[in-house]
Design a binder for this molecule. Structure first.
Ligand code: GUN
Length: 286
């Protein structure tokens, strides 16, 4: 038997329609939701991600402003740019594409972004709010996974949820969002003893490792929901996730790669930009 597809591409397309309507409603109030995107250096993958984000914005009527700094930009230059966007009333969201060059202090930059404009939700204030359960801006990938699970009415409460990976961008916030919905959450990582044994407990398994074929059919409880967050490439350069092909035979639901989590991450950035624009507009008109 083959797993049912959790179709992120289709859900993201529906969500973009709602977002377009919200952009029109904001336009009627004189607000053009605007995202500032900062790219430092010439990493080709980052270039592609940034271009995609800008295209997504454009298609929904969200304005994007790109600032591209050279790879040898100083900490002071980058900080001055973030501060300028923090001050500007016509900028509602700020995203600094990661990774930034090694000589720069990434943490100091992320801490400098105004939490109200932090559409990645990487600022400690937004991380803290998320952990407390009252986050407004939530990190795009985990929030996208939750939206996808909800779309397919997948119950979370009381179920065994296993997250593989403990990055600040995906694994840790993913675990928090599942916990907030009363999942019983286990986080696995590179030091986990007997990964397969832990994964076999999972009713919902989220893999965010970045290593192809790390998740195989023997690690899946029959019928489990499997969410593959990774974007790897196979030997012929095609995009693939963490899951081996045979996972589809064991799982009940599975996200495809591409077309699963990726489009959800992208649409959540648009959603956060709208949320930020609305909140800033409401505050300004008080
Ligand atoms: N680099 C890889 N993923 C992300 C992300 O979600 N946000 C930012 N800013 N940079 C990234």
């Amino acid at each position: 038997m083959s797993a049912a597809v959790l179709d992120g591409k289709a859900l993201a397309a529906r969500m973009r329609k709602d977002i377009k309507r919200e952009v029109s409603a904001l336009a009627a109030e004189g607000v053009v939701p605007t995202l500032a995107v900062v790219l430092v250096g010439d990493d080709p993958a980052s270039r592609v991600y940034v271009t995609n984000k800008e295209r997504d914005c454009e298609k929904c009527g969200i304005r994007s402003i790109e600032k591209h700094l050279p790879a040898d930009a100083s900490q002071a230059e980058l900080e001055a740019l973030v501060e300028e966007f923090n001050r500007r009333d016509d900028v509602h969201g700020i995203l600094v594409q990661l990774p930034i060059p090694k000589h720069l202090d990434e943490r100091a930059i992320l801490d400098l972004i105004d939490p109200a404009k932090d559409v990645d939700a990487f600022h400690p204030i937004n991380v803290g709010r998320m952990v407390r359960g009252d986050g407004v801006l939530l990190p795009c990938t985990p929030a996208g996974v939750m939206a996808l699970l909800d779309e397919y009415d997948i119950p979370i409460e009381g179920r065994e949820c296993v997250v593989i990976g403990r990055s600040n961008i995906v694994g840790k916030p993913m675990a928090q969002l599942l916990l907030a919905r009363n999942g019983t959450v286990t986080v696995c990582h590179s030091r986990t003893r007997d990964l397969a044994e832990v994964c076999r407990r999972a009713d919902i398994l989220v893999s965010a490792v970045g290593k192809r074929n790390i998740v195989t059919a023997d690690m899946i409880k029959p019928g489990a929901v499997v969410v593959d967050v990774a974007m790897n490439t196979d030997d012929s350069g095609r995009l693939c996730g963490d899951c081996a092909a045979d996972v589809a035979d064991a799982a009940g639901f599975l996200t495809p790669v591409p077309g699963g989590v990726g489009p959800m991450t992208r649409v959540m950035l648009l959603r956060n930009t709208i949320t930020a624009a609305r909140a800033q507009n409401a505050k300004a008109s008080k």
